[in-house]
Write a protein that binds this ligand. Structure first.
Ligand SMILES: Cc1ncc(C[n+]2csc(CCOP(=O)(O)OP(=O)(O)O)c2C)c(N)n1
Ligand code: SF4
Ligand SMILES: [Mg+2]
Length: 284
């Protein structure tokens, strides 16, 4: 069976005209289809925000978690059914702000899922407050004197923690982004793709022009398995911003450490109702 990206459907969105999300959506569908994954084999998990609406606009299994809580829900689903391809999709605020600690835990565990972060460097849905990735001095209605904290660099943190796969894409380079997401999905372990995405309504600093001028593809000489090289590239931000696979390793996944999963997926096991009943009674 060949999977076509159109199989993932075509739905009306509630995003502003010109929003970078419009290019990320087809890139995700194309990457899933290129990995030969049919809708029923995929679980999309999101939090709350403009980015977190993305899974509503494609035909697949979807779980919408609380703000910042997509990763723990995805972890539970993956452990219960490792046969599912689990993709978490949410925003920079949801993932690195409210969900910051879950981000760190997922990297440490190296659970086999893909995390796509639409990083528009702002809280879009709630109308333009600063997010953890907003630049220092960024002016908003809620930060009228400018952001007084240093910007969080997600790819540098992920590389420093030796995450399984760390990539950065840009919504203005759709074909490149599609290839990157494909590689992330195929990676056996935790894979982060931080996707730079203009928010045309609330981020007037990091615009299409701003990113276009700065984003460049990592050269073939970049070796993603070389940690030192990856750290150096992950630190680059400002006048030049590298996109592509920054870092990759194949350390054992979280699932491979769990003896309970060695007998096959939990969902295929028979439930021993008598034992379950005794267990429940033990709480009375
Ligand atoms: C616990 C909690 N805190 C705050 C909110 C309000 N809230 C909803 S979306 C959002 C920001 C979303 O920003 P981001 O994740 O960057 O997504 P974007 O809209 O920019 O795509 C906030 C603060 C909430 N729903 N729940
Ligand atoms: S507010 Fe920003 S992130 Fe949200 S849909 Fe509009 S342009 Fe996109
Ligand atoms: Mg955002």
């Amino acid at each position: 069976m060949t999977v076509h990206w159109e199989d993932y459907g075509n739905f009306e969105t509630a995003w502003c005209p010109g929003c970078g999300n419009h290019a990320i959506l087809p890139a995700v569908k194309k990457a899933l289809a290129a990995c030969d994954l049919a809708s029923h084999q995929v679980l999309m998990v999101s939090g709350i925000g403009q980015a977190a609406k993305a899974p509503h606009y494609l035909r697949a299994n979807v779980f919408n978690g609380l703000h910042g809580r997509a990763l723990p829900a995805a972890t539970g689903a993956k452990l219960a059914n490792p046969e599912l391809t689990v993709v978490v999709e949410s925003g920079d605020g949801c993932t690195y702000g409210e969900g910051g600690n879950h981000f760190l835990a997922a990297i440490r565990r190296n659970i086999d899922l893909t995390l796509l972060v639409h990083n528009n460097q702002v809280y879009g849905l709630t109308k333009g407050q600063a997010s953890p990735t907003s630049g220092e001095g960024f002016l908003t209605k809620a930060q009228p004197e400018g952001v007084a904290a240093a910007a969080f660099n997600p790819v540098l943190v992920a590389v420093a923690m030796q995450a399984g796969f760390v990539g950065r894409g840009f919504s203005g380079m759709e074909d490149h982004l599609t290839g990157l997401i494909q590689r992330a999905i195929r990676h056996p372990g935790f894979a982060l793709v931080d996707i730079l995405q203009p928010c045309v309504s609330f981020n007037k600093v990091n615009t299409y022009g701003w990113y276009k001028k700065r984003c460049y593809e990592l050269p073939p000489t970049h070796d993603p398995q070389n940690w030192e090289q990856a750290l150096e590239k992950a630190r680059e931000w400002g006048d030049r911003i590298p996109v592509g696979v920054l870092y990759e390793n194949t350390r054992p996944t979280f699932e491979s450490h769990l003896s309970v999963l060695q007998g096959g997926p939990v969902i295929h096991r028979k439930v021993d109702l008598e034992r379950l009943g005794r267990f429940m009674e033990s709480f009375q």
